[in-house]
Design a protein around this ligand. Structure first.
Ligand SMILES: Cc1cc2nc3c(=O)[nH]c(=O)nc-3n(C[C@H](O)[C@H](O)[C@H](O)COP(=O)(O)OP(=O)(O)OC[C@H]3O[C@@H](n4cnc5c(N)ncnc54)[C@H](O)[C@@H]3O)c2cc1C
Ligand code: SF4
Length: 322
C-alpha cells in the first residue's frame, strides 16, 4: 500500500485556495482538497482515484472558526463539544464518528464531503483488479457497476457520514466558495444522487463553513446509529431527529448510510403529522418506506432497512423524553 506521489499545496487564504484551484484547472491538472486526510489518504494508499495535486485547507484561518451558529470546515470533530458551545445533537453525533484518535484529525468539512462507500470499491488495487474493477474507479476499462449492473451512468455507493443528517434536522446551510464566487444553500440540497459526483460542488469549489439558524438553539435532538462495532465503525443506518419541545410541527427527521445521499424526510414527516400526529410508529413506517438501501455495505440491505423503523421510533421517543 504505497502512497502514490502527489504535489501538496498549502494556500493561506480562501482567495489563494480558489486562485490555485482555478490555475490547476486551467492547466488541465486534476486535484483533491484535503482536510484531516482520514478518508482521502487511505483511499490514495489503495490507489483509489489518486490525483497528481492535493490542496490542503489547513492554512485558511477562517476555516477554523467555531461558534454556536457557525462551524468552519477545518474544525476537528473532537472540538464539537457542548463545552465549546456546540449544539448537543452535533456533539452527540460527532462523538459517535470513528474513534477518538481519528476524531482529532477528522474535520467537519471532510465529514460532509465524505466519499461514498461500497465494498466493491473500498478495497486494495489488487483486489479490485481481480474483479476487473468497477465503474467508479474503472482504470480506463469501462467496467460496469457491480451492485446494479447494466446502468453504467450511475453509481449507487452509499454515503456513510454521521454529521450530515444531524446538521440537516437543525436547518443547516453550507457556504461554498470557488472560482465563480460564493454561494449558500441548505445542506439538504448539497448532495447529488450519483455516488461518483456525490454533491453539487463545482470544479474548484470547496465547502468553507456550515451555518445554523438561530432557531437551531431552541431545538433538542437525538441521533440513533446502527453499526457493526460501537468502537469505530461507519454507520450502517442512521436516523437524526429534532424538534422544538412541545411543537410537533417543528419535527425534522433525516437519514444517513441508507442511500448515496443523506436525506431530509420533510415530506414524509409533514404527511404523518397531518394524519397521525407525532406518532413514532407511523413516522417509522413512513421513513422505512422512503429509503432504499442496496447491497454494498457490511450489513444486508433488508436488515438495514428494517432497522430504520427501530431507529426512528427510538429517536422520536428520545425527543419526547420517553
Ligand atoms: C477506521 C475509520 C472509521 C471511520 N468511521 C467513521 C464513522 O463512524 N462515521 C463517519 O462519518 N466517518 C467515519 N470515517 C470517515 C472519516 O474519518 C470521517 O468522515 C472524517 O470526518 C473525514 O474528514 P477528514 O477531514 O479526514 O476528510 P478528508 O479525508 O481530508 O477528506 C474527505 C473527502 O472530502 C473532501 N473534502 C474535505 N474537506 C473538504 C471541503 N472543505 N470542501 C470540499 N471537499 C472537501 C476531500 O477531497 C475528500 O474527498 C471513518 C474513517 C476511518 C479510517
Ligand atoms: S455502486 Fe457500483 S459503481 Fe459504485 S462503487 Fe459500487 S460497484 Fe462501483
Amino acid at each position: 500500500m504505497l502512497m502514490p506521489p502527489f504535489e501538496l499545496h498549502h494556500p493561506a487564504s480562501v482567495e489563494d485556495a480558489v486562485a490555485l484551484a482555478a490555475s490547476l484547472l486551467e492547466a488541465g491538472e486534476a486535484f483533491d482538497w484535503v482536510a484531516g486526510g482520514t478518508d482521502v489518504l487511505p483511499n490514495y494508499k489503495w490507489h483509489i482515484n489518486p490525483k497528481p495535486h492535493v490542496i490542503s485547507l489547513a492554512g485558511i484561518e477562517s476555516a477554523h472558526a467555531l461558534s454556536p451558529l457557525e462551524i468552519g470546515c477545518m474544525v476537528p470533530l473532537a472540538s464539537l463539544t457542548v463545552a465549546n458551545g456546540v449544539h448537543p445533537l452535533l456533539a452527540e453525533a460527532a462523538a459517535k464518528v470513528a474513534s477518538s484518535l481519528i476524531r482529532k484529525s477528522a474535520t467537519v468539512g471532510g465529514n460532509l464531503c465524505l466519499d461514498t462507500r461500497c465494498f466493491w470499491y473500498n478495497q486494495g488495487e489488487d483486489w479490485r483488479r481481480s474483479i476487473d474493477w468497477c465503474h467508479k474507479a474503472d482504470c480506463g476499462t469501462g467496467a460496469d457497476c457491480r451492485v446494479i449492473p447494466n446502468q453504467n451512468t450511475l453509481c449507487v455507493a452509499t454515503y456513510q457520514g454521521d454529521l450530515a443528517p444531524n446538521f440537516m434536522v437543525l436547518g443547516a446551510e453550507v457556504v461554498l466558495v470557488g472560482p465563480k464566487g460564493e454561494r449558500t444553500l441548505p445542506l439538504h440540497e448539497f448532495y447529488a444522487l450519483d455516488g461518483m459526483k456525490k454533491n453539487v460542488l463545482e470544479e474548484g469549489e470547496f465547502l468553507l463553513k456550515v451555518v445554523l439558524p438561530e432557531t437551531a438553539l431552541e431545538r433538542t435532538g437525538s441521533y440513533q446509529k446502527l453499526r457493526v462495532r460501537d468502537s469505530w465503525d461507519f454507520p450502517e443506518a442512521g436516523i437524526a431527529a429534532s424538534w422544538i419541545q412541545g411543537q410537533p410541527e417543528s419535527l425534522a427527521l433525516a437519514s444517513t448510510a441508507l442511500e448515496s445521499i443523506p436525506r431530509l424526510h420533510a415530506e414524509e414527516v409533514a404527511q404523518v403529522l397531518q394524519t397521525d400526529g407525532m406518532n413514532g410508529s407511523a413516522l417509522a413506517k413512513a421513513v422505512h418506506k422512503a429509503v432504499k438501501p442496496v447491497n454494498n455495505t457490511a450489513l444486508p440491505p433488508r436488515y438495514r432497512r428494517s432497522m430504520v423503523r427501530t431507529l426512528t421510533k427510538r429517536a422520536v421517543k428520545a425527543l419526547m423524553g420517553e
